[in-house]
Design a protein around this ligand. Structure first.
Ligand code: SAJ
Length: 441
């Protein structure tokens, strides 16, 4: 074996051994709902972990053993911090000391619906500045196919270190489902693809030490596309069922009964449910990373644009339902008191990002309504030019001409709400009520 081959084998051998015996120093950049659970899983697997984030408050809370992510119990975080398995810092030069680093930073969209890779580029720059032989880098942030090998690889190989020889570079989609009590980071199959087969093997080796199942794929590009297919699938099907809901509205058909009956089909069907629109930091955003890249290749992806349009229409459809429900009671929208129940982007979580409640509030106000809301998970709104505080449910309903259920949190007492409210527009079929004063989508 040539000297160079021996060197490669030894560098790979050294890192593999450190990963197997859990002495590899792991770094995680981005300590949000993806990064923090990963920090804890790696630490609980026995690795020393350094969490790195720009946000000093997050860093301090981690070092105090205080979790700020619902899916990470404080006692689990406190335990690994007390065991000195985890420390957090805002100092990116800590990367010089780590053997592996997972990049878990946000990948939002710009207003023009183009990808915004600012956070990824900044993190990758910090890695490149501290890149050393024997390092494994895994990008987890959702992005368009080609990001890892077209954008990150050149940044790292500019250091004259070579992928698959001196360092190992992979993509592995984050599949964290906020609030999911059954599937958490440890037991969600982990797809991983490298820029070389040796990179894939190294990435898979790391995850196998901490997670229950690993799914190696042939390249980083495949792994990037897997994630986008998963979430585009959801966005398109939500768009479809929202369009079906608008059709059923015209036909006077009960879309909820129809979906429930269709869902009895034991194969070849997966129920999705209509709602006030598409919220969150994944589903409304990820498909536009795919459509952006597709257009770069000259292929116009029409499904994504159409589903985006239909989902974007739902707040207008909801306000139209409110308007006609008030009209049937000789009440104009203008001057009416509308109370919204639930503003989080989906049930039982405390995240309002891209929530359709925000568009609905804007549209109701534009129509002259006075809007209040109750959401025990979202104490106040300071988003999108909206400044509001949550009010107690009963008080909110008492003064309302119409109650609009936007987010069907399990902790609302829907029987009491149906009894107390004069008029309800239920966008989630949360009440399951067919009472005359309950209007469902
Ligand atoms: N929504 C509907 N109808 C549906 C399902 C969802 O209107 O039938 C709405 C929700 O209210 C929400 C938005 O769509 O506003 C997104 O909902 P989501 O259930 O897709 O939840 P997210 O955004 O938290 O998506 C995450 C994703 N996880 C990752 O990206 C790692 C997604 O891949 C998961 O499938 C999803 O959770 C999940 O299954 O809960």
């Amino acid at each position: 074996m040539s000297e160079a081959a021996v060197a490669v084998a030894s560098a790979a051998g050294i890192l593999s051994e450190k990963i197997r015996n859990r002495t590899a120093k792991c770094g995680v950049i981005g300590l949000g709902y993806v990064g923090l659970p990963l920090v804890v899983e790696l630490a609980e697997a026995g690795f020393p972990v350094t969490g790195i984030d720009l946000n000093v408050d997050k860093v301090n809370r981690i070092n105090e053993g205080q979790s700020y992510v619902k899916d990470v119990p404080t006692e689990a975080l406190a335990r690994v911090v007390e065991q000195h398995k985890v420390r957090a810092t805002t100092d990116f030069s800590a990367l010089a000391e780590v053997d592996t680093v997972n990049i878990c930073v946000p990948t939002p969209l710009r207003k023009t619906k183009d990808p915004d890779l600012t956070y990824v580029v900044e993190a990758a720059k910090a890695v490149a500045e501290n890149l050393h032989s024997g390092m494994l880098i895994i990008l987890e942030s959702t992005t368009y196919p080609g990001t890892t090998d077209e954008l990150l690889l050149p940044m790292f190989e500019r250091t004259s270190l070579q992928a698959g020889r001196d360092f190992w570079l992979c993509f592995s989609p984050e599949r964290v489902d906020p609030g999911n009590a059954v599937y958490q980071t440890r037991n969600i199959p982990k797809v991983v693809g490298g820029v070389t087969p040796a990179c894939t093997a190294m990435g898979a080796l790391l995850y196998r030490q901490a997670l229950q199942s690993v799914v190696p794929v042939s390249s980083a590009r495949v792994a990037e596309m897997v994630k986008l297919l998963e979430n585009t699938f959801r966005m398109i099907n939500i768009g479809l069922v929202n369009e079906i809901a608008m059709m059923c509205d015209r036909m006077g058909a009960d879309v909820w009964e129809i979906i429930d009956a269709a869902a009895t089909k034991p194969f070849g069907f997966m129920p999705f449910y209509p709602g006030p629109g598409l919220g969150g930091h994944c589903i409304p955003i990820d498909p536009f990373y795919l459509s952006w890249k597709s257009r770069q290749t000259g292929f116009e992806p029409r499904f994504i644009e159409l589903a985006g349009y239909i989902n974007g229409q739902m707040p207008h459809f909801v306000v139209g339902k409110v308007q006609s429900a008030l009209n049937d009671r000789y009440l104009p929208l203008k001057g009416s008191k509308i109370h919204i129940l639930g503003v989080a982007y989906k049930r039982d979580i405390d995240d309002i990002r891209e929530s359709p409640a925000l568009d609905t509030i804007h549209l109701l106000r534009k129509g002259g309504a006075q809007v209040t809301y109750s959401d025990p998970y979202i104490r106040s709104i300071h988003e999108d030019g909206i400044e509001m505080e949550s009010v107690p449910v009963e008080a909110g309903i008492a003064g309302a001409d119409c109650v609009v259920i936007i987010t069907d949190h399990a902790l609302f007492d829907y029987n009491a709400i149906v009894k107390q409210a004069r008029l309800i527009v239920d966008t989630r079929n949360a009440t399951r009520s067919r009472a005359a004063h309950v209007i469902r989508l």
